[in-house]
Write a protein that binds this ligand. Structure first.
Ligand code: ATP
Length: 335
C-alpha cells in the first residue's frame, strides 16, 4: 500500500461518547488497514472504561466481516467519568504501556478527544482521533461519521409526522438531538421543509421572547387555515425543553402545539452510503497517518480531502452551521 516502515507493532481502538452509525465501518477499516501492514489491533470495550479496566479483545478480520452495514458499535460505547477523575488519565496510560500498545485511535466526539489529550500527558505512544458523532459538532472536519445517517433517520420521522399533522391540521414541535449545536436540526429541518427551525446558534429563547415564533405561526394559520405546521427544535434550545416550549407557545398563541421528541432513534440504524465511505476513508487514513508518525491529531475531511487537525482544537467551536441555509431560511420568513 506504499506505507513507510513504522515502529508500530500493535495499535488499539475504542469508540467513546454517543454511538453513531458508521462507527463499525470505521473499526473495520482500521482493522483491515492495520492487518495489511502486519500490525496487531486491540479493541477496548465500552469506551475508555475498557481501557481503564483492561476489557479488550484482539480484533481479527472475522470480527469485522459483515459489520460495515451495522449501526451501533461492536466495541460498545459509553461515557467514562473515571477518566475525568484524578489519576484516571495516568492509569489509562499505564495500561497502554503495559499492553505494549504503540498507538491508540479514539472514535468519538470532542469530549472523547479531550480525554485523549488528558491521556497524552502520561502516554509516550501515538494518539489519533476519528470524528464519530451524530451531532457534527467537531471542528476540523466538514462532517462527522454518523451525521448523514442521522439526518435521514430524522427526516424519515419528520416526514411521517408531517403526514399526520397534515391529516389532523396540527402544529408540531419536533425535537432533534445535537447536544448544544444545531447542525442536525438545520439540516433535517431544511430537508423536511419545516416551517420554522430553532437552534441554539440563533440565540437564547425564553418565555419572554416567543413573539418572533408566534407571528409567523399565526400568519400561516390565517393564510392557509387548515395546513400543517412543523417547527424543528434542537435539544437544549429552551428552558424546560421542547414540551415546555410547546405548552408556552400554545398559551401565548392560542394555537394548539404538540411536542414530539425523536430521542435515541436518531442514533440507530444502518449507516447510509456517505457515512460508510467517510468512516472507511477516515479509519484507513488514521492508520496511514499514524504509520507516518502523526500524533495528537484528528483524521478529518475538508472539501472532500482527508486531512489532519490538532486534537486539542477540535472542540473550539469555530465551525459554523451553514450560513447560506440560515440566511435563506430567514429570508423566507420562518424565524
Ligand atoms: P458525543 O458528543 O457524541 O456524545 P463526546 O465524545 O463529545 O461524544 P463526551 O460525553 O463529551 O462525548 O465525552 C466522552 C468521554 O470522554 C467522557 O465520558 C470522558 O470519559 C472523556 N472526557 C471528556 N472530557 C474529558 C476531560 N476533560 N478529561 C478526561 N476525559 C474526558
Amino acid at each position: 500500500m506504499g506505507y513507510i516502515m513504522s515502529r508500530i507493532k500493535r495499535l488499539a481502538v475504542l469508540t467513546s461518547g454517543g454511538d453513531a452509525p458508521g462507527m463499525n465501518a470505521c473499526i473495520r477499516a482500521i482493522q483491515l488497514t492495520a492487518s495489511a501492514c502486519n500490525i496487531e489491533v486491540i479493541g477496548f470495550m465500552h469506551g475508555f472504561n475498557g481501557l481503564l479496566e483492561q476489557e479488550y479483545l484482539m480484533l481479527h478480520e472475522q470480527h469485522v466481516n459483515n459489520i460495515i452495514q451495522r449501526g451501533g458499535t461492536i466495541l460498545k460505547s459509553a461515557r467514562c467519568p473515571a477518566l475525568e477523575q484524578a489519576g484516571g488519565p495516568a492509569k489509562a496510560a499505564t495500561v497502554l504501556q503495559q499492553l505494549n500498545i504503540d498507538a491508540l485511535i479514539i472514535i468519538g466526539g470532542d469530549g472523547s478527544f479531550r480525554g485523549a489529550m488528558a491521556i497524552s500527558q502520561h502516554y509516550h505512544g501515538q494518539l489519533m482521533g476519528v470524528p464519530g458523532t451524530i451531532d457534527n459538532d467537531v471542528d476540523g472536519t466538514d462532517n462527522t461519521i454518523g451525521f448523514a445517517t442521522a439526518i435521514d433517520t430524522a427526516l424519515d420521522a419528520i416526514d411521517k409526522i408531517r403526514d399526520t399533522a397534515d391529516a389532523f391540521e396540527r402544529m408540531f414541535l419536533i425535537e432533534l438531538m445535537g447536544r448544544h449545536s444545531g447542525y442536525l436540526s438545520l439540516a433535517a429541518g431544511i430537508a423536511a421543509g419545516a416551517e420554522q427551525i430553532i437552534c441554539p446558534e440563533f440565540g437564547p429563547l425564553s418565555p419572554d421572547n416567543l413573539k418572533h415564533l408566534i407571528i409567523p405561526m399565526q400568519h400561516a394559520q390565517l393564510l392557509s387555515a387548515k395546513a400543517s405546521y412543523l417547527i424543528v427544535v434542537a435539544e437544549n434550545s429552551y428552558p424546560g425543553g421542547t414540551t415546555a416550549l410547546a405548552d408556552d407557545l400554545t398559551k401565548a398563541s392560542g394555537i394548539e402545539c404538540r411536542a414530539c421528541i425523536l430521542g435515541h432513534i436518531q442514533r440507530g440504524g444502518s449507516p447510509v452510503g456517505a457515512d460508510r465511505i467517510l468512516a472507511t476513508k477516515l479509519g484507513a487514513y488514521a492508520v496511514e497517518q499514524l504509520l507516518q508518525g502523526a500524533s495528537l491529531m484528528m483524521a478529518g475531511e475538508i472539501n472532500g480531502q482527508a486531512g489532519l487537525y490538532p486534537l486539542k482544537k477540535t472542540g473550539d467551536r469555530t465551525k459554523a452551521i451553514d450560513p447560506f441555509l440560515v440566511r435563506w431560511q430567514q429570508q423566507i420568513g420562518s424565524f
